[in-house]
Design a protein around this ligand. Sequence first.
Ligand code: DG2
Length: 247
Amino acid sequence: MTYTLILLRHGESTWNALNQFTGWVDVPLSEKGTAEAIRGGGLIADAGVLPDVLHTSLLRRAIMTANLALDAADRHWIPVRRSWRLNERHYGDLQGKNKKQTLDTYGEEQFMLWRRSYDTPPPPISDTNEFSQAGDPRYADLGDDAPKTECLADVVARMESYLYGPIFDDLKEGKTVLVAAHGNSLRAVVKMLDEISDEGIAKVNLPTGIPLKYELDENFKPIKAGGEYLDPEAAAAAITAVANQGR
Ligand code: DG2
C-alpha cells in the first residue's frame, strides 16, 4: 500500500513579482502566476495523479491556484478543507518590505537569518501596521494566539498537528491528497516528511506552480527522498531563482 500526496506552492503572486515579503498579506496571483497554476493542473492531469481532496491555506494566492489547477485537471468538484495552519509563515515586520532593499539595509547575514534560519523570527508586526492581520475575521478564533511573526520552527509546530491529523487521515483513506500552500508552509511539510535537519532545511526552496509528488510507503516514509517534481527541469531553474531572491 502506498499513499500519494501532491504539494503545490501557489503560482507567482503580485508581491512575488514585486520581490516583497508577503507572509499573511492576502495578495492575488500575477498573470504569470495564473498561467503557472493552470499549467500545474495540466501536469497533474498528465501524470494521472488526480486529487480526491484538497487542503489549502486561507490565503487567496493558494486558494486561486488550487481552483485553477483543479479546473485544468477537471477535478474542480472535489471536497476542500481549509486551515490557517497551511498559511505562509507570518513574516512579521518584514511584510510589505522589498527583499532587495531589506538585503541592502541589513546585509546578507541578517537577511538570510530572517529568510532561512530555522529559529530566528523577524521582528513582530505592530497591530497598527497597514500589513497587520489584527482584526481580520478569518483569524478571530485564534484570539491572542494569532502570530505577529514566525520562524520556520513555529510553522513546523503549527503544521505538525495538521499534517499528521487531517492530511494523513485522508491519505489513510486511500485518497490522493493535494495540498496547495506556500513556500515556507510547504518547506515545513517537506522537513517533516523527509526528516531534514534544522540546518539542512535552509537549503530547500520550492518553486511556484510546479506540483511536487510524494509517494509514501506503508510507514508514511517517502519512497523517493524529496519527492518528484512533475516538471523537474522547470523546477530546477525556478528553485535557483527563489534561492537568489533579493540579490
Ligand atoms: C513568500 C516566501 O511566500 O518568501 O511570504 O514572501 O510562498 O507565500 O510567496 P509565498 C513570502 P521567502 O521565504 O522565499 O523569502
